[in-house]
Every structure is written in structure tokens, then in C-alpha cells.
Design a protein around this ligand. Structure first.
Ligand code: PMP
Length: 369
């Protein structure tokens, strides 16, 4: 073993003393902490993936399709079919998870001397990817109820004139959606301050009571909608994220993407999953019902709950959220402490997993009353 520590290395100043992103990956019976889909892929899809990957394996001596045209065409069709807004291949870009999509966007539109803003608490990777790409990070405000206070947000944009604006809807970790009027107003505010890119992170939109904001893309060349197959498609292990935007944004991102970044195996697997969209979206309906059940039961037990449009629920309040997190873990259920004071987050699992979680928090409540 070496006793050299990170800070002994000549790392960039902004990385000194920092810790990497890391939700605990603990081996406990019920894991409801990373907003994964609890349902394994259905067996016919597993077979189809094996078939498609076998075919791809015959050509692994060659680089994959650098522009992933077949996959982008199929993703464009999925977006069109589910939103009613026509999306073409040239308006879609794909990468290894939406984290990589966001990284490519910040490499293209952020970077040294530039800034990005998000309205926090929100998805912590936006700030971390900003740091990794040398983009200055501005923590924008949210209201007491975790909604975006339009006036305060507009003021933060006008004062800071960021180059990139992140709007996560439904938001993680709070679960609530941002109304389309607020997104539109923030887009206008951002364009008035400085021509900037507005990224709407819709990782959880398939679980929403409302609609995707894809139709807002029309006539707004600085708007980007980012999506993922990690949640609704139940394929977090696949690592496939994508965006929809004006074709010029897709062209711009090509300036920073690594050549052949999406392996032939990834492309083949994602294409197989897209053939089974209907079955996978059926699971989404079950998860939405379970999410609503969690909200109702948590409230009945006496917890406060933030309205959720995602596959997870934020609940509280706790005097010491981390202590509550530990006590729930003692009962074999792993939830997430996102560092929002007083609140924890639970991902909707299978009905049995959710029952185990509800039993645990019911007992916790009894201990404290
Ligand atoms: N955006 C949000 C809001 C998320 O919560 C997540 C995953 N937790 C991601 C993006 C990244 O997802 P992936 O890289 O798996 O596509």
C-alpha cells in the first residue's frame, strides 16, 4: 500500500480536500437509496439483448458507429411517440448516462471563466460536474417548500449572468416538478442576462403526473432537455443518457465528445431495450402507484412529505436526519440522506420493499412519540 494521499499529488487546486460522489453501496435486504428501478429487465428483453450483443460482438474488431445514428433515430421516435412533439435524429444526442451528457454540455458551454447555476437542493452532480470541467458553480435559491421562487431565481440569474442554467424537473432529491411557466420565465430571464444554455434535466419525467417539456424546444435554440434510460427503462447498469435540442447544440457537443464514446455493446443493448418500451413503461405505471401509496402512508403515519412527481419521495422532518437514516438502516432498509437538513429520501421499490420501509418508519415514529 502507498501512503501517498490525493493532496500529496499535484492535483488541480479546486479538487484539493474534496470527496468523490458516493451514495453508499451497502449490502442490506432493502435498498431504496439511489432511485433505481426495482424490477429486473423482463426475460424476453434479456434474450433480445443477448441476441443483439452477439451480433455486435461479430464486429468488435471495428470501432462502433461514432454518431450512433440508429440509436438516436430510435430515441427520437420514443420521444416523439411519448410527447406528441416531433423530434428528429439530428435533434438527439446520446452518451454514457445523462451524467456524461451533462459533462459534454458543460465542456461545450461552460468551462474556465464561465459559470453555471442550479436551484438547490437539487441533483448534486450538476455542481460536481461543473467543478470537474472548471466551470464556476452558483447555488441558486429554492423556497421553504422546495419550489423555485421565480422572483428570487430571476434575480439570481440577472445578478450572476450564468452561461448555463440547470432546471431539474421533477427535482431530485425533493421530488417536486417545476411548472412549465416557471421554466419559460427562467429561459427568458437567462437569455436577457446573457445568451446562455438552459438545461432541463428530465431524468424522472416518465414518473410525473405532468407532461415532458419537450414541446418548449420549438423556437428556443438555447434550450436542452436531458433524459436517461437509468430510471424509467430500468437500465441504470446500461449507462445510456440522451438529450434533445436544436441540431446546432448536437453539432456543438461533437466538438468535445470523445470519438467512439458509445460502445457497440452499449448501442446494441439500448436498441434492444427500446424494442420493449411498452413493457418497461408498464412497470413505470406500477411504480407511480407505489410512489403515491408511499406519499399517502407516510402522511398517515405523521410524516411531512414533499409532493412527488418522481420515483422517490422526500419525507421528514427529523431533528437529526442522519440519526433517523441510521435507525432505518438498523431495520434493514437503506434510504438516502442527501444532506437536506431534516429530510430523507426513499425510492419507490416493489410493494414488498415499500412495506418493509413503511414498517421501519412506523416503528421509528412510535419510538419518538
Ligand atoms: N439527473 C438526475 C436529476 C439524476 O437524479 C440522475 C441520477 N441519479 C442523473 C441525472 C444521472 O443519471 P444517469 O447518469 O444514470 O443517466
Amino acid at each position: 500500500m502507498s501512503d501517498v494521499r490525493i493532496d500529496d499529488l499535484p492535483v488541480r487546486d479546486e479538487l484539493r480536500g474534496k470527496t468523490p460522489y458516493g451514495a453508499p453501496q451497502l449490502d442490506v435486504p432493502v435498498r431504496l437509496n439511489t432511485n433505481e428501478n426495482p424490477y429486473p429487465l423482463p426475460e424476453p428483453l434479456v434474450e433480445r439483448i443477448a441476441e443483439r450483443v452477439r451480433e455486435a460482438a461479430r464486429h468488435l474488431n471495428r470501432y462502433p458507429d461514432r454518431d450512433a445514428v440508429e440509436l438516436r433515430t430510435r430515441l427520437a421516435r420514443y420521444l416523439t411517440d411519448t410527447s406528441g412533439h416531433p423530434v428528429g435524429t439530428a435533434e438527439v444526442w446520446a452518451a454514457n448516462g445523462s451524467n456524461e451528457v451533462i459533462q459534454q454540455l458543460l465542456q461545450t458551454f461552460g468551462g474556465p471563466g464561465r459559470t453555471a447555476i442550479g436551484f438547490e437542493p437539487s441533483y448534486s452532480m450538476h455542481a460536481l460536474i461543473a467543478r470537474g470541467t472548471g466551470t464556476g458553480w452558483i447555488s441558486g435559491p429554492r423556497g421553504e417548500d422546495f419550489s423555485i421562487d421565480l422572483e428570487a431565481a430571476e434575480k439570481a440569474i440577472a445578478e450572476n449572468r450564468p452561461d448555463v442554467v440547470f432546471i431539474t424537473t421533477p427535482n431530485n432529491p425533493t421530488g417536486n416538478a417545476v411548472p412549465p411557466e416557471t421554466v419559460l420565465a427562467l429561459y427568458e430571464a437567462a437569455q436577457a442576462a446573457k445568451p446562455s444554455i438552459v438545461v432541463v434535466d428530465e431524468a424522472y419525467v416518465e414518473f410525473s403526473h405532468g407532461d415532458s417539456l419537450l414541446p418548449l424546444l420549438r423556437g428556443r435554440p438555447h434550450l436542452v432537455v436531458s433524459r436517461t434510460m437509468s430510471k424509467a427503462f430500468g437500465a441504470a447498469g446500461l449507462r445510456l443518457g440522451y438529450l434533445a435540442a436544436d441540431p446546432a447544440v448536437v453539432d456543438a457537443v461533437q466538438l468535445v465528445r470523445l470519438p467512439y464514446h458509445l460502445s457497440a455493446v452499449t448501442q446494441a443493448t439500448a436498441l434492444a431495450a427500446l424494442e420493449h418500451t411498452d413493457t418497461l413503461l408498464g412497470y413505470v405505471e406500477q411504480l407511480k402507484a407505489e410512489r403515491d401509496r408511499l406519499v399517502g402512508e407516510l402522511r398517515a403515519i405523521g410524516y411531512e412529505v414533499t409532493a412527488s412527481d418522481a420515483n422517490f419521495v422526500q419525507f421528514g422532518r427529523f431533528d437529526d436526519a442522519h440519526e433517523a437514516w441510521r435507525r432505518i438502516l438498523d431495520r434493514g432498509v437503506l434510504v438516502r440522506d442527501n444532506g437536506v437538513p431534516g429530510w430523507l429520501r426513499v425510492t419507490a421499490g416493489t410493494p414488498e420493499e415499500n412495506d418493509a420501509f413503511l414498517d421501519a418508519v412506523r416503528e421509528l415514529k412510535k419510538e419518538h412519540s
